[in-house]
Design a protein around this ligand. Structure first.
Ligand code: ATP
Ligand code: MG
Length: 183
């Protein structure tokens, strides 16, 4: 599964619809301070089901919605879409019926978040599982936040183990076992 496109609308500083094509081999995004590089990475985490406002550098989940600027009013919703190439059909059941998967997450002020997979409504849990299995989830070690390297060096053994388990691709199994135990 390969990410091919990231579309943002009203997400943080990306107030106008923005369509980013993710070419194979993309390894970095450069630009002046404050241009939105970290916001892009956060959009990627968010559409994969990130629910901790702190991971989005906010106090609440609605803080991802464009808050207004000197010349622009605030928006009442934010939407991020992630397009995945599934030509190899490696997605888990429920997502694996098409060559392309488009996951859309939308948050509306006072109404919370909703997810869609190829236009069909899905649960946050399903989206989180999709990416946990693909080892690319919102907690994935493939996404390195500013300051995260020093956090890793200073981490306690338990926290460091979680990072290694995510890298090894087994955290999806833990989540599934936890769900099975609850049933
Ligand atoms: P640096 O090089 O300093 O790391 P960066 O390119 O990573 O910068 P970001 O942190 O992604 O920049 O973007 C910061 C900008 O996004 C700031 O100007 C901030 O005001 C703006 N921003 C963040 N959240 C919102 C929001 N909810 N509404 C409007 N603007 C926002
Ligand atoms: Mg940054």
């Amino acid at each position: 599964m390969r990410f091919t496109r990231l579309r943002l609308n009203g997400f943080k500083s990306f107030v106008d619809p923005t369509d980013l094509i993710i070419h194979e081999g993309l390894t970095g995004v450069v630009g002046p301070n404050g241009c939105g590089k970290s916001n892009l990475l956060e959009a990627l985490r968010w559409v994969m089901g990130e629910n901790r406002p702190t991971a989005m550098r906010g106090g609440g989940m609605e803080d991802v919605i464009f808050a207004g600027a000197a010349t622009r009013g605030a928006r009442h919703f934010a939407e991020v879409a992630l397009v995945i190439d599934n030509a190899e059909r490696l997605a888990p059941p429920g997502f694996n019926d098409a060559d392309t998967i488009e996951i859309v997450r939308r948050i509306t002020r006072d109404a919370g978040s909703a997810y869609k997979a190829n236009q069909r409504e899905v649960r946050a849990r399903d989206v989180q599982m999709l990416f946990a299995d693909a080892s690319t989830g919102s907690h994935s070690p493939a996404l390195v936040r500013q300051g995260q390297i020093s956090e890793l060096i200073n981490a306690k053994p338990k926290a460091r183990r979680r990072i290694l388990e995510e890298a090894a691709g087994i955290s999806g199994l833990y989540a599934r076992r936890h769900e099975a135990e609850l049933k």
